[in-house]
Design a protein around this ligand. Structure first.
Ligand SMILES: Cc1cc2nc3c(=O)[nH]c(=O)nc-3n(C[C@H](O)[C@H](O)[C@H](O)COP(=O)(O)OP(=O)(O)OC[C@H]3O[C@@H](n4cnc5c(N)ncnc54)[C@H](O)[C@@H]3O)c2cc1C
Length: 389
């Protein structure tokens, strides 16, 4: 790569977001190179639970506005991406049951049900005995529950691989390397420099580095406040899988935690939400205990001894919980797509398409106002003379 390589766009980061940006850029005939430091989908994108729903938990309403579009895109992609890429990414739609164990939880769940119904979602209230019919393996005593049949899931790692391979087949290039800085000429970006000294020249750069995106903000002297939040997930052994093949995901509404059988990769239980641990991606004894304890309230068959594999990864969480999607303030040709928190798999398609439209067409069909990266202001020491690397 010495001497540089010309591309229209360099995408820094090959997680779900960077891969979808590349996919939709390549679809438009844009020459795009994705630079990935540790392997395509090797971080949160390849380790996530793969639930294609915003879960309607503590998610800002602004990003929820993009839910119908990204949901339609996932449904449509599922009809052709496996063929386009040659990769079955385990897409499937199974019922999800959310259970309430306390009076306050039941009231909250009723409210949640009303909201989903108002959106036109197929959701219905379950008496405890009905919940047990759907998931005969339940050993807990809920006050009630809600069942949905509107929340698909997939294997997140296989999805990232599928998107990357389909993008490659459309002409995108993938390079193993770590972006170490942004090359600039006046007020525009001119490419990236990589660790080791190589450079890649390009007319535009997209920062899709997940929780590491804030570091790139420092290169451009712009505040891109995205912080890591650790999540730990565990897979149960087949013999100790309480679902015993019953195809239903079960969530504890008020206590946290889920048991989720997957078409690819077995049954998983999750997850922790740990802020302030920095970039530490270790599984901890405390995390394992907490996740098992919550899942064991759903089924007493879950125990630490039933775990066959474990993983921890980092959600990219922005300062106001909405993602950053759009142009980096003060720099022509610089874009950011990050900060999707616990919902990046779900919002990957709409984000990728929106960024591709911004770059290729100069505007997007989606209202991205709430996600403008300039809403966080600039570094106090913002001065172009100091930017670049
Ligand atoms: C336990 C857990 C479960 C989750 N479950 C779900 C779910 O069910 N559904 C859902 O929608 N979301 C889920 N999420 C959230 C989802 O995983 C993230 O929102 C999403 O993966 C973020 O994607 P990303 O591409 O922005 O970041 P990442 O996946 O972190 O990708 C960023 C990439 O950039 C690379 N990179 C960083 N710095 C550089 C550099 N300098 N040069 C080159 N490359 C670089 C990294 O190596 C990485 O591969 C979950 C998250 C966790 C932690």
């Amino acid at each position: 790569m010495a001497g540089g390589r010309a591309a229209d766009v360099v995408v820094a980061g090959g997680g779900i977001i960077g891969c979808f940006v590349a996919y939709y850029l390549a679809q438009r005939g844009v020459r795009v190179v994705v630079v990935e430091a540790t392997g395509i989908g090797s971080q949160a994108s390849g380790r996530a639970a793969g639930i294609i729903t915003p879960s309607w938990g503590p998610v800002p309403k602004e990003i929820l506005n993009l839910h119908p579009a990204t949901f339609r895109m996932h449904v449509e992609l599922a009809t052709r991406l496996p063929d386009e890429s040659g990769i079955d990414y385990g897409y499937e739609l199974i019922p999800h049951v959310r259970l309430a164990f306390t009076g306050a939880g039941a009231a909250g769940l009723r409210q949640w049900q009303r909201e989903r119904e108002a959106e036109g979602g197929r959701v219905r209230w379950l008496a405890p005995e009905d919940a047990r019919k759907l998931a005969p393996w339940l050993t807990c005593e809920p006050l009630g529950g809600v069942v949905t049949e509107i929340e698909p899931q997939c294997d997140a790692f296989e999805l990232v691989r599928a998107v990357a391979r389909a993008a490659r087949r459309r002409g995108a290039e993938f390079v193993a390397g770590r972006v170490a800085g942004i090359k600039t000429e006046g007020d525009r970006v001119a490419g990236v420099s990589l660790e080791g000294g190589a450079t890649l020249s390009a007319g535009a750069v997209v920062l899709a580095m997940g929780p590491w995106t804030g570091l790139a903000g420092e290169w451009l002297k712009v505040r891109l406040p995205v912080a890591p939040q650790r999540g730990q997930l565990f897979t149960l052994s087949e013999g100790a899988d309480p679902t015993a093949g019953e195809r239903v995901g079960v969530w504890s509404w008020d206590l946290g935690g889920f048991i989720l059988p997957k078409r690819i990769g077995g049954t998983i239980i999750g997850t922790t939400r740990e802020d302030g641990v920095g970039f530490d991606r270790s599984v901890t004894a405390e995390g394992r205990r907490a996740v098992v304890a919550n899942a064991a309230l759903i089924s007493g068959a879950v125990s630490e001894g039933a775990i066959v594999s474990e993983r921890a990864c980092l959600r990219p969480v922005s300062e106001d919980a909405n993602p950053l999607i759009g142009a980096v303030p003060g720099w022509r040709g610089a874009y950011v797509a990050s900060g999707h928190g616990g919902n990046g798999i779900h919002f990957g398609p709409v984000t990728g398409l929106a960024v591709a439209e911004l770059i290729a067409d100069g505007k997007s069909r989606f209202d991205l106002t709430a996600f403008r990266p300039d809403r966080f202001g600039v570094h106090a020491a913002c001065a172009r003379s100091g930017a670049g690397a």
